[in-house]
Design a protein around this ligand. Structure first.
Ligand code: FAD
Length: 300
């Protein structure tokens, strides 16, 4: 069905497109059916060309970073998944750092630390890509992307280049203009503060120690399932409802942190969705608080 698209991507753009790629291998939840097609460009210029080809051929597309905030349908993803994993160049200019969208937050934070630049310590344990983190306005331990991003290079759905200063990014809790308008993040400049490399290293290590202590990092998950409801903590509400350890199929409310759902082996997307609905209903009935999903559900 997509033979013509695969041929055009190869012949016109020099980009290899694979068909029928299991999303279990591309998500930290290890859940999901196959993407019809996947491309892994190795230059940012290829992203714009791919978007234009998708638009021309009427093929839907989805941007994939590290797949750490995604719940993919068991029936897979229609069209083209564009994986940014090879777009990971970093550069430093004084107290500014530039990262391409596919760079892992860990590598961005580590580069800042080695250059004695402070501000990204909070991000070193978030298992996402730079693009996914800017899109989601990822944050932890009092820090978030909104505090350190200076400028973002982006593309619209037609492949046109755009540039956003911090105040144009419309950052809010786990959202941004990129999420609101479906824009593609190519890369971002961060404005950081000169500091002491050893102190920055120690601060990041301490946050990662706290993360390991609290979070079920040995099992596949997509992090916190729900946004923090105003005035509450989702994990505490779920725990207070007696749901810690509650399971549907292979999906379980983590015994370690009730805000996480873990894949104990062979969980389907449907298992997770039913567990989410059960948690939402139970918490609403007991506490009159509506839990809203932070993880993004994608696919057919
Ligand atoms: C164990 C664990 C701990 C976590 N801890 C935290 C935490 O402390 N704080 C936190 O905020 N999050 C946390 N997360 C969630 C997740 O890591 C973040 O949301 C992260 O920013 C997602 O990045 P990603 O590259 O994995 O995005 P993906 O999951 O690949 O994609 C998420 C969304 O971003 C879009 N997207 C990806 N790349 C781009 C791009 N370049 N341009 C435009 N759109 C794009 C995708 O289409 C999708 O809609 C955690 C997850 C796990 C598994």
């Amino acid at each position: 069905m997509y033979e013509a698209f695969v041929r055009q991507a190869h012949d016109q753009l020099g980009i290899a497109v694979a068909c029928g790629v299991s999303m279990k291998d591309y998500t930290t939840f290890a859940i999901g059916g196959a993407a019809d097609m996947m491309a892994v460009p190795d230059q940012t210029g290829q992203l714009s060309a791919l978007l234009k080809l998708c638009r021309q051929e009427g093929v839907p597309f989805l941007l994939l970073g590290r797949g750490s905030n995604l719940l993919v349908s068991d029936a897979g993803i229609e069209g083209l998944v564009i994986c940014t994993g090879k777009l990971k160049k970093l550069k430093i200019d004084g107290s500014r750092l530039y990262a391409e969208c596919g760079a892992s937050l860990r590598s961005v934070a580590s580069r800042a630390q080695r250059s004695a630049l402070s501000g990204l310590e909070f991000a070193s344990g978030i298992p996402g890509s730079l693009g996914g983190a800017v899109f989601m306005n990822a944050g932890a331990y009092g820090g978030e992307m909104a505090q350190v991003v200076d400028r973002v290079d982006a593309l619209d759905g037609e492949g046109n280049s755009l540039s956003f200063g911090r105040s144009d990014c419309a950052f809010s809790y786990r959202s941004s203009v990129f999420a609101q308008k479906g824009l593609l993040v190519l890369g971002a400049w961060f404005e950081l503060a000169p500091g002491d490399a050893e102190e920055i290293k120690r601060a990041a290590a301490e946050l990662n120690r706290r993360r390991r202590e609290k979070q079920p990092l040995s099992l596949p998950s997509a992090g916190s399932v729900f946004k923090r409801p105003e005035g509450y903590f989702a994990g505490k509400l779920i725990e207070d409802c007696g749901l810690k350890g509650y399971r549907i199929g292979g999906a379980q409310v983590s015994e370690k942190h009730a805000g996480f759902i873990v894949n104990t082996g062979g969980a389907s997307c449907d298992d997770v969705k039913r567990l989410i609905a059960h948690i939402q209903d139970t918490v609403y009935q007991a506490c009159h608080v509506r839990l809203e999903c932070e993880i993004r559900m994608v696919g057919r």
